[in-house]
Ligand binder design. Structure first.
Ligand code: PMP
Length: 426
């Protein structure tokens, strides 16, 4: 029996990270990998081991083909021009909007605003909803584990409005101190902005409980779903999210496309952000009438090919079965945590054992950047650094960590390679 097989057999772990009594259903990982052209390339003469999907995921052939087919056959601007290609391009883009709406459980396609990514979605809410609603002394509640994309836009808003940030703390294991969070909520809380899944700790925040508590204080809730949608089934209404932001490129779709979900009532009341073509129904020098959402927030020519590619990514995920993919990933992360902790001397894991998608770590006496460089020479791609979450790392006394991250196309064998290289690099 190979080392990989014997190690796999040692650790059949269930969703909670406990040793499972039986082998989980087999996910056809090798058939799925064949859909991803980039996964068959080599780096420094070694097969690529892509453990950087939290930074950006690779794209299946189905997404690449959808984007290339758009440019080859249907390329046109949308929402205007009474000709065949304009109608085809519009239908393709609006069909993608509808499928993405269904994928995240939105009530209507009009609740899906196409943006550049999670960062732009959060900035849109800060600059429109936030600017029109906040005044001096109002409070914005964040958590310690937020990505900078869910910190800096709120700081900018606070500087402009005289509003204040309140930060919910974490326990030592990377989970949220829920009672401490609840105690931060009050009559001045206007918005709670929280990550669904942490990009550095893997923590899944208890979004529903946090949203219920926020709503009880009359606050709205924005969820940064950038690291959640690639791994978890998301239903924005079940979660109680008023806004939900995501990035297409982490969801196996193109770069330059993302989604801001907003509840209709909120999107309707919010002022527009950027002005220009496509976001109006009529313009005169005296008065401009804005289009209804989502067009009101989509000034200018949008990311048409990106939206179509993201629609194809969502179709792809549905076709491989998100639940089976998630079960495979859960087993991978649990296996990686056990092997890293057991087999690499001096390694300290970050985040809870129930974390999703990532297993960040440090190794005593070794610079994370040097570890990532050494792994790269073996064809293994991981991130090292602050992961745009400096406050989260600081909470654990760190300025940098190594972060392998996983998707459903990764294998137990790749984790064995990671562990072998780490052990030999030492
Ligand atoms: N939030 C989280 C939790 C993230 O991991 C990221 C990307 N690392 C972002 C927001 C920002 O995503 P993007 O750069 O695609 O806008």
């Amino acid at each position: 029996m190979s080392a990989a097989a014997s190690n796999t057999a040692r650790y059949w772990l269930d969703e909670a990270g406990a040793v499972a009594s039986s082998r989980p259903p087999v996910f056809p990982v090798h058939a799925v990998r064949a859909d991803f052209p980039a996964l068959s390339r080599t780096v420094h003469g070694r097969p690529l081991v892509w453990l950087d999907s939290a930074a950006t995921a690779h794209k299946p052939r189905q997404v690449i083909d959808a984007v290339s087919d758009f440019y080859a056959r249907h390329n046109s601007n949308v929402h205007r021009g009474a000709h065949t290609l304009a109608r085809e391009a519009t239908d393709l883009m609006e069909s993608a909007r509808s499928r993405i709406a269904r994928f995240i459980g939105a009530g209507r396609p009009e609740e899906i605003v196409f943006v550049r990514g999670a960062t732009e979605g959060i900035n849109l809410v800060a600059q429109t909803w936030g600017r029109s609603r906040l005044s001096a002394g109002d409070e914005i509640v964040l958590t310690t584990l937020e990505h900078h994309a869910n910190i800096v836009p709120w700081q900018m808003l606070c500087a402009e409005k005289g509003a204040l940030l309140r930060i919910a703390p974490l326990h030592d294991d990377g989970t949220l101190d829920l009672p401490a969070y609840q105690s931060l909520l009050g009559p001045r809380t206007r918005i709670v902005a929280l990550a669904h899944v942490s990009n550095v700790l893997g923590t899944v925040l208890p979004v529903r409980a946090m949203a219920d508590a926020a709503h009880a204080h009359g606050s709205v809730v924005l969820v940064d779903g950038a690291q959640a949608v690639p791994h978890l089934r998301v239903d924005v209404r079940e979660l109680g999210a008023d806004f939900y932001a995501l990035s297409g490129h982490k969801l196996f779709g193109p770069t330059g496309i993302g989604v801001l979900y907003g509840r209709s009532e909120l999107l309707e009341e919010m002022p527009p952000w950027q002005g220009g073509g496509s976001m109006i129904t009529s313009v005169s020098f005296e008065h401009t009438q804005y289009a209804p959402p989502p067009q009101k927030f989509e000034a200018g020519t949008g990311p048409i090919a990106g939206a179509i590619g993201l629609g194809a990514a969502v179709d792809y995920l549905e076709s491989i079965g998100p639940d089976a993919a998630h079960a495979h990933e859960t087993a991978l992360v649990a296996y990686a945590r056990h092997r890293l902790a057991d087999d690499v001397p001096g390694l300290r894991l970050l985040g809870p054992s129930t974390g999703v998608g990532v297993t960040a770590f440090t190794i005593a006496g070794t610079d994370p950047a040097h570890i990532a460089e050494a792994l790269d020479t073996a064809g293994i791609a991981v991130r090292a650094g602050h992961h745009c979450a400096q406050p989260a790392l600081r909470r654990y006394g760190l300025t940098a960590a190594v972060r392998p991250s996983f998707a459903f196309y990764n294998t137990h064998h790749e984790i064995d390679q990671l562990v072998r290289e780490l052990a030999s690099a030492r």
